[in-house]
Design a protein around this ligand. Structure first.
Ligand SMILES: NC(=O)c1ccc[n+]([C@@H]2O[C@H](COP(=O)([O-])OP(=O)(O)OC[C@H]3O[C@@H](n4cnc5c(N)ncnc54)[C@H](O)[C@@H]3O)[C@@H](O)[C@H]2O)c1
Length: 256
């Protein structure tokens, strides 16, 4: 799909990978709706971008809030062409802790609720609007992009909940692409390695450098603009569908 004039909703657009993607799409001429929590910087970023950018407050786990945000984006900008899922949370803890306590089921549920069910909630609600679009010259009515993680494949010690949530995103990519193929809606997922975002910037500099050096090439953390660049290519390239692309500098995570 052409980025110029595209209407795109970006969840988690108030920070990190989502913010970079919203900025890149906006710079390419798209109209961007940043869907994020009230406490995020989403409103500030939309204000800074100015024309053709809006903040739509919503929690991705809420049917009501996501529906309202999508409808606000469509009312303000026109038919929805792209839904980019970047909202997510991390969580850590062993299945059985050193103290013998079992992993907190509430944390496990919350991680799945936001990263997996929240992603699916946005997909289903966005797709149900996209099916109404007039197809473009390639027959496309929309594109959906999700964010998993290399932890979907090589979860480390302490990542049981996070890996399960991202493994779910990887697992549903192909069946949803197949479901939506009749409508001309593509579905793709990026599985990032280690990126320089607030999620990782909270670590001390030596720890970040050590993480960066663990990447074969380039031996540094990924830049959010590099994620955004792949996101833009996925939006543009009609042959990319039903696939998960690792974006990780060849890192393969070790147990710890
Ligand atoms: N940074 C990395 O190295 C890395 C690596 C692999 C995967 N990822 C994944 O990429 C995605 C983006 O990560 P990031 O590093 O940019 O994180 P981030 O913390 O910088 O941004 C995440 C954004 O999601 C929003 N969010 C969280 N819960 C939400 C909810 N319930 N509803 C709506 N918005 C919500 C937050 O407010 C925040 O703005 C996440 O899914 C993360 O798991 C990140």
């Amino acid at each position: 799909m052409q980025i110029e004039g595209l209407v795109a909703v970006i969840t988690g657009g108030g920070s990190g990978l989502g913010e970079a993607t919203a900025r890149a799409l906006h710079a390419g001429g798209a109209k961007v709706a940043i869907l994020d929590l009230a406490r995020s910087k989403g409103a500030e970023i939309a204000d800074e971008l100015g024309e053709n950018a809006a903040f739509c407050e919503a929690d991705v786990t809420s049917e009501e809030q996501v529906s309202a945000a999508l409808d606000a984006a469509i009312d303000g900008f026109g038919a929805l062409g792209a839904a980019i899922n970047c909202a997510g949370i991390g969580s850590a803890g062993r299945t059985v802790g050193r103290d013998g306590a079992p992993f907190d089921l509430g944390i496990f549920r919350r991680t799945i609720e936001i990263n997996l069910i929240g992603t699916f909630n946005v997909i289903r609600l966005a797709a149900s609007r996209m099916v109404e679009n007039d197809p473009n010259a390639d027959g496309e009515r929309g594109v959906i992009l999700n964010t998993a993680s290399v932890a979907a494949f090589e979860g480390q010690i302490g990542q049981c909940a996070y890996s399960a949530s991202k493994g779910g995103v990887v697992g549903m990519t192909l069946p949803i692409a197949r479901d939506l193929s009749r409508a001309g809606i593509r579905v793709m997922t990026i599985a990032p390695g280690l990126f320089e975002t607030p999620m990782l910037m909270g670590l001390p500099e030596p720890a970040r450098e050590a993480l960066g050096r663990s990447i074969p090439f380039p031996p540094r953390l990924g830049r959010p603009t590099e994620f955004a660049s792949l996101a833009c290519e996925i939006v543009k390239n009609p042959m990319l569908n039903g696939e998960v692309i690792r974006l990780d500098g060849a890192i393969r995570m070790q147990p710890k």
